[in-house]
Design a protein around this ligand. Structure first.
Ligand code: BGC
Ligand code: BGC
Length: 444
């Protein structure tokens, strides 16, 4: 990019992010048992290219090489997720020591290279045995999650520098249980609300469990998407408010002590007396994932089961996913959170941001991705402006270190700073990798 990025405050963390099922492979090694994603990817028609995470980036075996890639980037922190079905293969009972050993080795390799380990405890790979008992629709799963969190922190609590309980509970609820386009593939629309409540309850119980085993900061990562109204009637405004409540407030209001926003069609009786206090256990960090804004208007079909229509936004460049590129959306989102929650807002960590493009290796063996450089440059400038406007943001983590298994899109969407050839597992740093490296070293 042309002009140098403005300087970020000393102590600001530049990092990268990944998740277990998307990179590890080795899905049946060392005692790991199936997760809902192992089951889902084996169901015909669920993943566009018919692929699975069985091998993915083979990171389970190649983690040492990947830690060298992190060291070469010069990142201050690496956000990864821990696979529950490795640590507690059926979601209950004692820990599987071999599963914990893998993360123990990874954490030590990171610390050896001066990189802070940031661990997410749940990035959508629920043990299948728990799904068989209702998954997150069952209240019991919240307690199981807290037990699992204790097993992990019992082993890694002295070395992980930042804990994230859940990744994007909104996307897991809506895609996994509402629409069925992600595992576990249930299509319950608003009857999926218990998945929100039980994830939040699991989060709150896990925060309390982790406090006993670590002094590091603890938070949760939500996905946020500013609503761009595509219409100006009262119905459009009502649709926008309904979508905003679901995507942006359902998982933030109760955590920050405000209880639930009004969500149409949900059954409040599953919320027991002390649940809201449990969910509002104080946190030290709010993880924010931002990719794009969302176009919303009133449903055109009067029989629509949803109180809004989601519509593509005109006038923005798009990624290969078709997602609009809008750095201002990040500024809007951050200043909006700051305005809305005021002193109750914990320090923010942008735990994901990034883009997919059709990156290829050229004849010289190089992978040039100028669009990704432009995307990151624009979003970091927007972030810097939000910080200048008073928002307390502590770090930015690019999604992702590696091209990886992009859920229902399989291997067809590349988000990495490093290109991965999924036939040979060859890793090729892209132009954006060199750019991020220079940015980080220039800030030091
Ligand atoms: C994006 C959404 C996307 C979802 C699923 C989110 O981070 O903001 O637009 O549909 O991820 O991958
Ligand atoms: C998720 C990642 C995913 C990324 C791009 C986020 O919704 O946390 O797992 O790969 O967006 O879709």
């Amino acid at each position: 990019m042309s002009a140098r990025l403005p300087e970020f405050p000393a102590g600001f963390t530049f990092g990268v992010s990944t998740s277990a099922y998307q990179i590890e492979g080795a899905t049946s090694e060392d005692g790991r048992r199936p997760s809902i994603w192992d089951t889902f990817t084996r169901t015909p028609g669920t993943v566009v290219d018919g692929s699975t995470g069985d091998v993915a980036c083979d990171h389970y075996h190649r983690y040492a090489e990947d830690v060298e890639l992190l060291a070469g980037l010069g990142v201050g922190a690496y956000r990864f997720s821990i696979a529950w079905p490795r640590v507690q293969p059926d979601g209950t009972g004692p820990a599987n020591p071999d599963g914990l050993d893998f993360y123990d080795r990874l954490v030590d390799a990171l610390l050896d290279r001066g990189i802070d380990p940031v661990a997410t405890l749940f990035h959508w790979d629920l043990p299948q045995a728990l799904e068989d008992r209702g998954g997150w629709l069952a209240r019991d799963t919240a307690g199981r999650f807290a037990d699992y969190a204790s097993l992990v922190a019992g082993r890694l609590g002295d070395r992980v520098k930042l804990w994230i309980t859940l990744n994007e509970p909104f996307v897991h609820m809506s895609f996994g249980y509402g629409l069925g386009v992600h595992a576990p593939g249930r299509q319950q629309l608003f009857d999926a609300f218990p998945v929100a409540h039980h994830q939040l309850l699991g989060h709150g119980l896990a925060v309390t469990a982790l406090r006993a085993l670590t002094t590091s900061p603890i938070g949760i990562t939500n996905n946020y998407s500013p609503v761009r109204l595509q219409g100006s009637t009262d119905d459009d405004r009502a649709a926008g408010a309904a979508y905003d409540a679901l995507h942006n407030r359902l998982f933030t209001d109760p955590i920050l002590g405000r209880g639930y926003p009004e969500i149409p069609g949900t059954d409040p009786s599953i919320v027991h007396a002390s649940d809201l206090d449990t969910i509002a256990a104080p946190i030290d960090a709010l993880g924010v994932n931002y990719y794009n804004p969302t176009g919303v208007r009133a449903p055109t079909d009067p029989d629509s089961p949803l109180p809004f229509d989601l519509v593509p936004l005109d006038g923005y460049p798009t990624t290969s996913f078709g997602w609009p590129v809008d750095p201002d959306g990040l500024h809007e989102l951050l200043t909006g959170l700051h305005r809305e929650y005021g002193d109750n807002l914990p320090p923010i960590h942008i735990t994901e941001g990034g883009c997919s493009y059709e990156d290829t290796i050229d004849a010289d063996g190089r992978c040039d991705d100028p669009e990704r450089v432009a995307y990151l440059d624009g979003h970091l400038r927007a972030l810097h402006r939000a910080m200048a406007d008073g928002v307390d943001v502590r770090g930015y983590y690019v999604w992702s270190l590696l091209d990886n298994f992009e859920w229902a899109e399989g291997f067809t969407k590349r988000f990495g700073l490093v290109h991965v050839d999924f036939d040979t597992q060859a890793r090729t740093p892209k132009t954006s990798y060199a750019w991020y490296h220079d940015l980080i070293s220039g800030q030091a």
